[in-house]
Design a binder for this molecule. Structure first.
Ligand code: FNR
Length: 378
């Protein structure tokens, strides 16, 4: 209504919310390096495409004459109350698309009460992001450093700053073959040396002979091996339990056995995700593995989903296939790049309004009414 009424007064929205056109607008507005980093996937982008194609294979079957006039989209996941089953995915280095980066995202998310998940690779430190987020719900995403002092320092700062749930990302223990970035020799974190987590972390800085501001190369050379490598195994998860007293969610799960294993390890939830097609080129579409995983563990732990969500209909489909909530990735980053805080707010409000209408017109007054029966497999 707001958009139509403003249109009557001759005011158009600042930019489109159509998924494809939004990406095109961001391509126009951003430098090729940052745009390529956000939009690109691993290798040939086969999994980026597969993630979208998987949504096209499911269709919603609308129901008529139901009581869907007054809707309630709110839900609670792992003790976090949210206005709709939607969270902002952890996205690192957001200052490459807008100088305010995560601060702008935190303000918009906090305003709307939509949970944000702050990345370990964020370009602003933990505390100012928390302050910008105000009373908003917030979770923290960990890339698990190969240095316990740094891990403990980051976790305790996140806890003290009011981040309630820990999301441990498992699928990015090294960066994939990302053709777009390689072609441009583009590494986003260079811009964040100094302010970024962990460059700003006292335990990280304690291991340097010069500050990252004075000697960025040495800082980066300490950072790379600390955040890459394969020395983490399932039996090390209790270490995180020891140092985090809230819920823990494993992100990057695609195999049903890994989902069961997360459950057996006492984890509180998982994010069924292939990192938006940015890690394993040719990996299965995240939506294709969701129903099997939800059936196996959905009654024992929270099942969240991401990779390819662009519209309200996509969210309805993921919820119907067993997700408790979804994470939105690239679209809000494009909004940030196009119009900072206002852009994130515009994208979020549009996606939530689209979800509300799609849910209503398919005959549901809340997400609880959705199940596989709500869909048809094309
Ligand atoms: C990401 N993603 C990500 N995930 C994570 O756990 N920590 C991180 O720092 C990042 N950084 C990041 C940067 C950029 C530019 C993108 C696009 C993505 C992955 C993210 O959380 C999520 O899994 C995907 O973005 C979901 O796919 P869609 O919605 O972008 O298709």
């Amino acid at each position: 209504n707001e958009i139509y009424l403003q249109g009557l007064g001759g005011r158009l929205p600042r930019f489109t919310t159509d998924g494809t056109a939004l990406e095109a607008a961001a391509r126009e507005a951003l430098e090729p390096g940052p745009f390529g980093y956000v939009a690109g996937g691993a290798g040939s982008d086969a999994t980026v495409r597969a993630n979208r194609e998987a949504f096209d294979r499911w269709r919603i079957v609308p129901r008529m004459l139901t009581d869907a006039t007054a809707r309630d989209l709110s839900t609670t996941v792992l003790g976090t109350r949210m206005p709709a089953p939607v969270l902002l995915a952890p996205v690192g280095a957001q200052s490459i698309v807008h100088q305010d980066g995560e601060l702008a995202t935190a303000r918009a998310a906090g305003d709307l009460g939509v949970p944000m998940i702050l990345s370990t690779a964020a370009s602003h430190p933990i505390e100012p992001v928390a302050e910008a987020n105000g009373d908003g719900p917030r979770w923290f995403q960990l890339y698990w450093p190969n240095d316990n002092d740094v891990t403990v320092s980051i976790l305790s700062r996140a806890k003290a700053a009011g981040f309630s749930t820990l999301v441990l990302t498992l699928d990015t223990w090294t960066l994939a073959w990302r053709t777009t970035d390689l072609d441009q020799a583009y590494l986003p974190f260079i811009r964040g040396v100094g302010t970024a987590i962990p460059f700003s972390d006292p335990a990280f800085r304690a291991g340097l002979t010069a500050s990252p501001e004075d000697d960025p190369q040495s800082a980066i050379l300490r950072w790379i091996p600390m955040f890459t490598g394969t020395d983490k195994r399932w039996d090390q998860l209790p270490f995180l339990r020891e140092h985090w007293d809230g819920p823990i969610v494993l992100k990057g799960i695609q195999h049903v056995d890994d989902a069961r294993r997360a459950c057996d390890a006492g984890m509180d939830g998982i994010v069924v995700s292939n990192h938006g097609g940015r890690q394993v080129d040719g990996a299965v579409a995240s939506l294709d593995v969701l129903p099997g995983i939800a059936a196996a563990v959905g009654d024992r732990m929270a099942v969240l989903f991401d990779s390819g969500i662009r519209t309200g209909a996509d969210i309805v489909k993921a919820l119907a296939l067993g997700a408790d909530a979804v994470l939105l990735g690239r679209p809000f980053v494009y909004g940030l790049g196009l119009a900072g805080e206002e852009g994130v707010r515009h994208v979020l409000r549009s996606v939530l309004a689209d979800l509300d209408l799609t849910l209503a017109l398919s005959g549901n007054r809340s997400p609880a009414g959705l199940s596989a029966d709500s869909l048809w497999h094309a």
